[in-house]
Design a protein around this ligand. Structure first.
Ligand SMILES: [Zn+2]
Length: 128
């Protein structure tokens, strides 16, 4: 799906790009394909996928750009989500209990501000 970058829907979804020559999808968006160097068109990614791998960030990242929450730094989970769009996206995993995290679990990624965030996909929306 090609969208106008000024379209208001762009802020809601993950702004990626898809190569018009070899169909590789990238995130974040880039004007050139990393595989063949061909031109890439902007595309809003669907954002649904499964957890590919993950870890726990146990120390505060460099600030800036990291901004600790008002209560101070807390360890958080971060991982790669393999999207249905055939691209892996790094995201903070918004699950309170890290014991609930499983490789392969269905997740939905949203852009928001800064690093993308991933939450468990509600049952029934896994094929959306
Ligand atoms: Zn390409």
């Amino acid at each position: 799906m090609v969208v106008d970058p000024r379209s208001p829907t762009v802020t809601d979804g993950l702004q990626g790009a898809r190569c018009s020559d070899c169909s590789v999808t990238v995130y974040p968006a880039d004007d050139a394909c990393p595989r063949c160097g061909g031109p890439a068109d902007r595309a809003v990614l669907r954002g649904t996928g499964t957890l590919w791998t993950w870890t726990v960030q146990r120390y505060a990242p460099k600030s800036p750009p990291y901004q600790p929450p008002p209560g101070g730094f807390e360890p958080f989970a971060v991982g790669y989500v393999e999207l249905a769009d055939d691209v892996r996206v790094a995201a903070v995993l918004d699950l309170d209990d890290h014991d609930d995290i499983r490789i392969g679990m269905p997740l939905t990624v949203t852009a928001g501000h800064g690093v993308p965030r991933a939450r468990p996909t509600p049952p029934g929306e896994e094929r959306a």
